[in-house]
Design a protein around this ligand. Sequence first.
Ligand SMILES: [Zn+2]
Length: 307
Amino acid sequence: MARFSKLFLVVMFSLSTCSYYKSTNTTFTSLGYSDADIAYLRSIYQNDLNLIIEHQINRNDLFTYLKIDKLTIEEIIKSEEIRKKENISHLAALNLLHHPYIMKEFYKYPQPALNKDSYLILVNKNYYLDENYIPSDLVFAEGAYQLIDDESRYYLRKAAYEAYLELQQDARKQGLYLYLSNGYRSYQKQTKLYNDYLLNGNEPDHYSARPGFSEHQTGLALDITCAANNFLLTEDFANTLEGKFVHENAHKYGFIIRYPKDKEHLTGYMYEPWHLRYVGIEHAKIIYEQNITLEEYLINYTYIKKQ
Ligand SMILES: [Zn+2]
C-alpha cells in the first residue's frame, strides 16, 4: 500500500509538471510572447516568470514598461492594476505607483523634492526642500521692476531671471508694466512667515506654505502684479491687461501659471494668476497647451524615478 502511494505520487507529480509546462507555454503564446521573449525574460526574472501568466500581463504591455526602466515583475503587475483601474498610460501608471501622493493627501506623506537637479523640480505640499537648500545660481533681479525696497525679495535663479526680463520687456512694448513682488524666499524666511500667521491666530496653512514646502525656495517662482491691480497679489490680477498678457504669453518664455483655476485638488492651492514658475520653454509650452498642472505634466509626460 505504501509502495502504491509512492508510485501514485510520482505519477501525479509527473502529470502535473507536464501539464503545467504545457499550459505555461500555451498561455505565454496567447499573451503574445515568442520563445525568444520567454528566454530573454527568464534570464531577467528567473522564477518570477510565472507571475506573468498568473497576472495575464500581455507582451506589449510588459515591453512598454521595460522600455521605460528596468523593473521587477511586481512593479509591472502593480502598474498594470493602476493603469487599468485609472485608464491611464503605462508611464503615468508607473509614476503613480512610485509617487502615489504627488497630487493628493497634502502634508500627510512628506518626501524630499523631486527632480532637484532640473528646472522641473517639484516642491509642493508633499515634496519639500530642507533648510540648507539654496539654489547655487541665484542672481539679483536688478532689471525687474521691483515693488518695494527690500533686496532680499528679488533673487531668482539665473535662467528664470533672464526669461522674466524678456517677458517684462515684451509686455513693456505693449504699454504693460509688470512688477516683481517676490522671487526666491529662504527656508528661514518662510519659517518666519508661517510662524507669523500662527502667532496672529490665523490658520497658517490657509495662507502660507509650510517651511520647506514653498516653491519660492527653488528660486524659480515669482509673484508678479501691476498698477491696475493696486500692486496686490489677488485673483483680480487675471482680469487686468497685464494679467491677460501673462496668461497668454508666459509659456513662450518658459513660465507656467503654477496654480491654475479649478486645480486646487491637484496643486493644493487656489487659483493664483500672479504666481509664475519657470520650467523652461519646451515644458511650459506643453503644460500651457494641455491646460494641465506641473504635477499632471510630470506624471503623464516624464518618467520620475523612484527615490
Ligand atoms: Zn508665490
